[in-house]
Design a protein around this ligand. Structure first.
Ligand code: HXC
Length: 257
C-alpha cells in the first residue's frame, strides 16, 4: 500500500485505515481508491475485525478526487477507466464503517465520508461538494447521498454553489453523528467503534444491511427485508447468548456465530 496505512488491530477488534497523501491533502487518485477497496475487502474477511475506522489527518480527510490526474481526461477515458466500480465495491463493505473526519472533506472526499455508516467530525471539519467551481459536478454519489442525508434545499445549495459547511452545521443537518475538539476525533471514533464491536457482529451486519436497504426500496419491501434479517438473527449463537446473558444478569460475549 503506497497511499494508505492499514492497522488491523488499532484497538481490540477495530481496524484503522488512514489515508496517507498528506502533501496533496489526501487527494483521491485511482490507486488510493483501489487501495481502500483492497484493504476493506481484506478486513471484511478478517474475523478478528468487527468495525473499521477510516480517517485522514488533522488538515484533511480528503480534498476530493485528484484534479491533476483528471484534468486532461476525455469522457471516453473516464468511461473506460470506470473508476466507480471501485467505489461500488467499497460501498458493499459489510461491517460497520466509521469515518473520523478532520479538516477538508470535499468533493470525492465528502462522498467517501458519506459512504461511511457514521461520522465523527473534529470542530475544524469542513464538508463540501465544490466540483461546480471547476466546471463539473459530483460523480461518486454526492447528489444522491447528500440529498438523502441533508434534504434537497441544503444539498442543492452545496452542489450548486460549491460552498462548504462547518462541522457544526454538518451536525445540525444530520450529516455527522458527533463533533468533538480537534485532538479527540480519532479517539471518539474508536470509542464509538468499540461500543459497536462489543455487539454481535452477525446482528450488526444484518442491521447495517437493513438500514441501507431503506434507501433502496419502498416501505413494504423494506419492512419485509428487515423482518427476514430479524428472523435470521435467531439462527445465530449470538442471539442465544445475548438473551441468555440478559436473563442471567451478566454481560454477553458475542462470537460472531
Ligand atoms: C489534486 C489537490 C487537491 C485535489 C488539494 N490539492 N486538493 N491536488 N486534487 N483535489 C493539492 C494542491 O494542489 C496543493 O498541491 C496541495 O494539495 C495543498 O493544497 P492548497 O490548495 O495549497 O491548500 P489550501 O490553500 O489550504 O486550500 C485547500 C483547499 C484547496 C481549499 C482544499 O486545495 C482546494 O480547493 N482543493 C480542491 C478541492 C476540490 O475542488 N475538490 C473536488 C475535486 S473534484 P501543490 O503541489 O500545489 O502544493 C472531485 C470529483 C469527485 O472530487 C468525483 C469522482 C470521485
Amino acid at each position: 500500500m503506497e497511499f494508505i496505512l492499514v492497522t488491523p488491530q488499532a484497538r481490540p477488534a477495530v481496524a484503522l485505515i488512514q489515508l496517507n497523501r498528506p502533501k496533496e491533502l489526501n487527494a483521491l487518485n485511482l490507486q488510493l481508491m483501489q487501495e481502500i477497496r483492497d484493504a476493506l475487502k481484506a478486513l471484511d474477511e478478517d474475523d478478528a475485525v468487527r468495525v473499521v475506522v477510516i480517517t485522514g489527518n488533522e488538515r484533511a480527510f480528503a480534498a476530493g478526487a485528484d484534479i491533476k490526474q483528471m484534468a486532461g481526461k476525455t469522457a471516453i477515458d473516464m468511461l473506460i477507466t470506470d473508476q466507480f466500480s471501485t467505489w461500488d465495491q467499497i460501498r458493499k463493505f459489510r461491517k460497520p464503517l466509521i469515518g473520523a473526519v478532520s479538516g477538508f472533506a470535499l468533493g470525492g472526499g465528502c462522498e467517501l465520508a458519506m459512504t461511511c455508516d457514521m461520522l465523527v467530525a473534529s470542530e475544524t471539519a469542513q464538508f463540501g461538494q465544490p466540483e461546480i467551481r471547476i466546471g463539473t459536478m459530483p460523480g461518486a454519489g454526492g447528489t444522491q447521498r447528500l440529498t438523502r442525508a441533508v434534504g434537497k434545499a441544503k444539498a442543492m445549495e452545496m452542489v450548486l454553489t460549491g460552498e462548504f459547511i462547518s462541522a457544526q452545521e454538518a451536525h445540525r443537518v444530520g450529516l455527522v453523528n458527533r463533533v468533538v475538539p480537534v485532538g479527540q476525533y480519532l479517539e471518539e471514533a474508536y470509542r464509538l467503534a468499540a461500543s459497536i464491536a462489543a455487539m454481535s457482529p452477525v446482528a450488526a451486519r444484518l442491521a447495517k444491511e437493513s438500514v441501507n436497504r431503506s434507501f433502496e426500496t419502498h416501505l413494504d419491501e423494506g419492512l419485509h427485508f428487515e423482518r427476514k434479517n430479524f428472523y435470521l438473527t435467531f439462527a445465530s449463537e449470538d442471539q442465544k447468548e445475548g438473551m441468555a446473558a440478559f436473563v442471567e444478569k451478566r454481560k454477553p460475549e458475542f462470537k460472531g456465530r
